[in-house]
Write a protein that binds this ligand. Structure first.
Ligand code: HAM
Length: 422
């Protein structure tokens, strides 16, 4: 019996060559937009101390309670595969003394993240995010900047049919009173709280009740008091300034009072970007302010705000929108040969051409010329260079243009000039 074929682990994806064009397009566009906004790239490790996420995301959150990949390494260190990028960037900001640089610091990142989620379309256990963080500026003008960044990036990717959902969850001054109101509201309707998780959260983290996705909780959520109606003066001013900025930028939004986001570090502005009339697992991106996070990680009180987009979800939206993706159209040459001697001459020629900057792929050995040329077409080569005994003797090659199917005999120098100049 032949051995069982391996499958990629549940919730992970292979990104096959034919999909790479979308990824290149996303990455190039994101880098370009980041440069236009003056953001610099940061890369952080794939795993971090487990306690970084427990402390920042919060103990009573889905991510920390149910979704982290946490393991002990051989040295007994408890590590977590990063479920998101904000705490690692906060950690790096402090570790590398970025708080001593002129503030704010504007950063972006792009990479893979891990959550033990229930896999379904658009929800994976290993997924990719593009994210930005602006650390060290409290003014609402960076809130609108970050939102504008997210929307312009999506537009540049051809995804402009989106809705911006916006909320403010207040800060450490006004949130406790709001949470008391929320708790009193849910307390008075506790017989309608049928889920164990929700009952528990009423005691441990009432804000999370607004995040519940089950149908039975939706009427309760709809009638719950909203945080935007319970802001203190300074949070209300920040909120008004943000709405004013978005108005000036001509950006429309929907205020969604149930938007609380999945991490405990958020304060004031939170937002999500969703395709029209779609459910939660199609949220393209989300973010918000985290003015307490840097202090929680051991720094001085320092405001921050950012967002992250799910690249697989945005990629699916790009495909749906039919945005044309530029193919790689550079010269690609296949060297075909007839016989052993011409094979080694072909190998040397390939080496020379590559040194001159030309992409060269050898045709498979031991096949007929017809089969070698068929292979050249299948890998979308633009040219074939054919070497046989006759050419070997004369020091020439046959250059075949695979698009036009024309061919002619040329000398080595002429060949290089033709291909390298392409
Ligand atoms: P998040 O809302 O957890 O925020 O994730 C941002 C985006 O990542 C989501 O909107 C979604 O597109 C994508 N995403 C999340 N989980 C999955 C999954 N299992 N499979 C596929 N895509 C997924 C954050 O991660 C925050 N760090 C954003 C942020 C940055 N807030 C401030 N700065």
């Amino acid at each position: 019996m032949s051995p069982k074929l391996f499958q990629a682990p549940r919730g992970t994806n292979d990104i096959l060559p034919e999909k790479q064009g979308y990824w290149r397009f996303f990455e190039a566009t994101a880098r370009d937009i980041a440069a236009r906004f003056g953001y610099e790239r940061i890369d952080t490790p794939t795993f971090e101390d487990a306690s970084l996420f427990v402390r920042s995301v919060g103990e009573v959150t889905d991510i920390v309670e149910k979704e982290t990949y946490t393991f002990e390494d051989r040295g007994g260190n408890l590590l977590t595969l990063r479920p998101e990028g904000t705490p690692p960037v906060g950690r790096a900001y402090l570790q590398h003394g970025m708080h001593n640089q002129p503030q704010p610091v504007r950063l972006y990142y792009l990479g893979d993240f891990f959550r033990y989620d229930r896999p379904q379309a658009g929800r994976y256990r290993q997924f990719h995010q593009f994210g930005v963080e602006v650390i060290g500026e409290a003014a609402a003008s960076v809130d609108s900047e970050v939102i504008e960044f997210a929307l312009l990036l999506l537009e540049s990717l051809g995804v402009s049919e989106v809705t911006l959902l916006l909320n403010s969850i207040g800060d450490s001054h006004c949130r406790p009173a709001y949470i008391d109101r929320l708790q009193a509201y849910y307390g008075s309707r506790s017989d309608e709280l049928v889920h164990d998780d929700c009952r528990r959260r009423l005691e441990t983290n009432p804000l999370r009740l607004l995040d519940c996705k089950t149908d039975v909780c939706q009427p309760l959520i709809a009638a719950a008091p909203g945080s935007v109606d319970n802001l203190c003066d300074s949070c209300a001013q920040h909120w008004d300034a943000l709405l004013g900025d978005l108005g000036a930028l001509g950006r429309s939004y929907e205020i969604d009072k149930r938007l609380v986001r999945g991490m405990d570090y958020y304060s004031r502005t939170v937002f999500e970007i969703v395709p029209p009339d779609e459910g939660q697992q199609s949220t393209l991106g989300g973010g918000g302010r985290y003015d307490g996070l840097i202090e929680l990680l051991g720094g001085r009180p320092t405001p921050g705000i950012g967002f992250a987009m799910g690249m697989e979800r945005v990629m699916a939206a790009i495909q749906e929108s039919g945005t044309p993706i530029a193919e790689d159209v550079g010269t690609k040459v296949v060297v075909a040969h007839l016989g052993d001697e011409s094979r080694s001459a072909g190998m040397l020629l390939a080496s020379e051409l590559r040194r001159g900057g030309v992409a060269v792929v050898p045709a498979p050995a031991g096949r007929s010329l017809k089969s070698q040329l068929r292979y050249a077409s299948s890998i979308r080569a633009t040219h074939a260079v054919i070497i046989g005994d006759r050419e070997l003797e004369k020091g020439t090659v046959v250059l075949r243009d695979l698009a036009g199917s024309e061919q002619r005999e040329v000398g080595r120098d002429e060949l290089r000039a033709l291909l390298e100049g392409h």
